[in-house]
Design a protein around this ligand. Structure first.
Ligand code: ADP
Ligand code: MG
Length: 687
């Protein structure tokens, strides 16, 4: 485990090996002792008994009680991984998969990737012969079902963080219920921090009574067992602001400094919404702490969001050195997926980034929206692990009482279902509307998704996957629209460019966020900006990065995130391999960017927009749904305002903004998607 030390500048340097977590030297308790202190430890026998005797066991326990790290080890110790079998544990988030896998490997004293391994998209740190405990995202588990529909190598599958109700978790639950009928020896554990255990239990119970009556002797009990692990959290004092805050980034920073000035030692965990506002907060906090003088020199400020490098992740979990105070600024990943020791103060913005889909307008949006009361309680709870803590809510009590819903809405009911439908189709589930969902998506969303997939040429008239396009799209582990874009680029002769674009689009952002340095960032962007739009700009950046010899200096100079670029290179390599497997020979279109734009259109035609009023700050309307949208200021086409554009995604703040935009010729729309855009020769306002 690494240790945190400060370098001269007050920044943090990373030491890789000088600290061992054994009991000697630093006064930390041994790992075995730590394990025994966790609340689930007392339930070891009960859990093993329930898993033995029940097809499904539901475990509810507070965050940090040891569910994720301990239960797979209990199962392994009890023999569930004997005879070449594997214990799986799924997580909705990639970062959580990496973090818990490395923790469990450490606890077991084994090398990560051998007995304990993990798999996330584009990263497989497991070994088919050696790995006995495998952590993976539920999305990856879905992919594995395509090759092995009954998931035969797994003896127990633990679906963790089920309360998050991510779209993949819900699909996995529905499919596992089916698999269970064919594999009575398979055991499921559904675990979560707060779940309506009863409704989950009813979900697994329904329609099984019959089978139970036919009863083969050896079958486990079909009624799910419910086990609730008591927590050991301390009291957390809640503070509200008196008046609503205007800028929660600024408010969070001020609150951190206030805590640091007034409160006794203890680490601080701040909940913001995403990489952009987290980076902004870090910059602001670093500056203000500097000018604040002596008192703030002991702050170790760290970000926590998906896409962090390994070293950055390790810093988060390292013990805080004496006399220092760690400030972790996080997305809601730290709400329940990860436990940080040492947190005594929580600062909660009250918001998170959430996906919303409106099937009527066919618009999916990432929105910074209020969290639920349940989430707010979880966030506050993070302050009470060590001793009584404090939670500073950057919203009023009234807001909590009146504006926050009791529970969040399952993601499947607020998402575009294109990916979900194609995955079910690829698994041979034809009656999507009749699928047994833990929470049913709306029929309108389903129909929209079917329509888009039909227009993409992925589904045929009978709503079956087409061959080869449908099957190929399903096989590429990217959004179906991107997959289609890659396949079309093969026909158009620009696949080399397109996999670069696909790699960049699968990264949050390749720019360095720069609050306060906006002007410099804009200037840097201009150096690469392409008149065609952001996708082509990415190609310029990629080229520049290669020409610089993949230099971090070059990135720094150009406001480009070096780690993101390295990730792009990595993902691109993987996409290249997948493309070759699908028989795509990489071909470059050299300078003919029209081909690139056409290929983007072939995938993303549903996101086409037309400029309505230049004078109105560049208002666009989606061609299909007539929704008002604007080009995001981060796009190179902001202020350029071409007549017709296609966007990659929407974010919503005061308006709906298009992120990653490319200009197209509207006539291509009817060319690539005649069904979606009924061709009407003399009427350019395509319906
Ligand atoms: P749960 O899944 O119930 O929320 P976990 O199994 O994730 O709980 O965590 C149990 C305990 O293990 C935590 O309280 C923490 O002390 C420790 N732990 C988990 N992950 C790490 C890690 N990456 N580094 C250090 N300690 C960890
Ligand atoms: Mg957990």
């Amino acid at each position: 485990k690494p240790r945190l030390l400060e370098d001269e500048d007050g920044g943090v340097i990373f030491l890789s090996s000088s600290y061992s977590s054994s009991s000697s030297g630093y006064g930390y308790v041994s790992i075995e002792k730590q394990r025994q202190r966790l609340p689930v430890y007392k339930y070891r026998t009960a859990i093993l008994y329930l898993v033995e005797s029940h097809a499904t066991t539901i475990v509810v326990g507070e965050t940090g009680s040891g569910k994720t790290t301990q239960i797979p080890q209990f199962l392994k110790e009890a023999g569930w991984a004997d005879g070449g079998r594997v214990i799986a544990c799924t997580q909705p988030r990639r970062l959580a998969v990496q973090a818990v896998a490395s923790r469990v490997a450490e606890e077991m004293g084994v090398k990560l990737g051998e007995e304990v391994g993990y798999t996330i998209r584009f990263e497989d740190i497991s070994n088919p012969d050696l790995t006995r405990i495998k952590f993976l995202t539920d999305g990856v588990l879905l992919r594995e079902m395509m090759d092995d529909p009954l998931l035969t190598k797994y003896s127990v599958i633990m679906v963790d963080e089920a309360h998050e109700r991510s779209i993949s978790t819900d699909i996995v639950l529905g499919l596992l219920k089916k698999i269970q009928k064919r594999r009575p020896e398979l055991r499921l554990i559904i675990s979560s921090a707060t779940i309506e255990a009863k409704s989950m239990s009813n979900f697994f119970l329904s329609s099984k009574r019959h089978q139970a009556l036919e009863g083969e002797e050896l079958r486990p009990r079909l009624e799910p067992a419910i086990l609730s692990v008591e927590g050991r959290g301390f009291n957390v004092q809640i503070h509200y602001v008196e008046d609503p805050v205007r800028d929660y980034v600024q408010a969070a920073v001020s609150t951190v400094l206030l805590i640091n000035d007034k409160e006794p030692p203890g680490d601080i965990l701040v909940f913001l919404t995403g990489q952009d506002d987290i980076d902004a907060a870090i910059k602001l906090l670093t500056e203000e702490a500097r000018s604040n003088g002596k008192n703030s020199s002991g702050l170790i400020i760290l970000p926590l969001y998906s896409g962090l490098t390994r070293a950055e992740q390790d810093l988060i979990f390292s013990p805080t050195p004496k006399g220092k105070r760690k400030v972790v600024i996080s997305t809601n990943i730290a709400e329940t997926s990860l436990t940080l020791e040492g947190i005594v103060y929580v600062v909660d913005s009250g918001f998170s980034k959430q996906r919303f889909y409106n099937p009527i307008s066919d618009i999916e949006n990432l929105v910074v929206a209020p969290i639920s009361k349940a989430s707010a309680r979880q966030r506050a709870g993070r302050a009470g692990r060590l001793r009584p803590g404090k939670c500073y809510r950057l919203y009023t009590e009234e807001f909590f009482l009146n504006e926050m819903s009791v529970q969040g809405i399952p993601e499947i009911q607020r998402s575009n279902l294109v990916s979900c439908v194609i995955q079910l189709k690829a698994l041979g589930i034809d009656n999507i509307l009749g699928f047994d969902w833990p929470a049913s998506p709306s029929p309108e969303s389903m129909i929209r998704a079917l329509e888009v997939l039909y227009s993409l040429g992925v589904l045929d008239d009978d709503a079956k996957l087409t061959s080869p396009v449908g099957f190929q799209v399903a096989e590429i582990p990217l959004e179906p629209l991107i997959a289609k874009m890659i396949l079309s680029s093969n026909e158009l002769g620009c696949s080399d460019e397109m996999i670069t674009i696909a790699a960049v689009l699968s990264i949050q952002s390749i720019w360095f966020s720069a609050r306060g340095a906006q002007k410099e960032l804009d200037e840097a962007k201009l150096r690469f900006a392409a008149a065609e739009g952001d996708h082509v700009t990415f190609l310029n950046i990629y080229k520049g990065f290669l020409q610089s010899g993949k230099s971090s200096k070059w990135c720094h100079k150009n406001f480009i995130n070096y780690h993101a670029m390295k990730k792009v290179i990595e993902i691109r390599e993987q996409l290249k391999r997948i493309a070759l497997r699908l028989g795509i020979v990489l071909k470059s279109c050299e300078t003919d960017m029209q081909l690139v734009r056409k290929a983007v259109t072939a995938g993303f035609f549903a996101n086409a927009c037309r400029l309505e009023a230049y004078s109105h700050g560049g208002m666009y309307k989606t061609i299909r749904g007539s929704q008002e949208v604007y080009i995001h200021p981060s796009s190179v086409l902001f202020r350029v305002n071409p007549k017709c554009v296609i966007y990659h995604s929407l974010v919503s703040t005061d308006r709906q903004y298009m992120r990653n935009v490319i200009s197209i010729d509207p006539s291509w729309l009817t060319e690539v998607a005649p069904h979606f855009y009924q061709q009407q020769r003399h009427n350019p306002t395509i319906h």
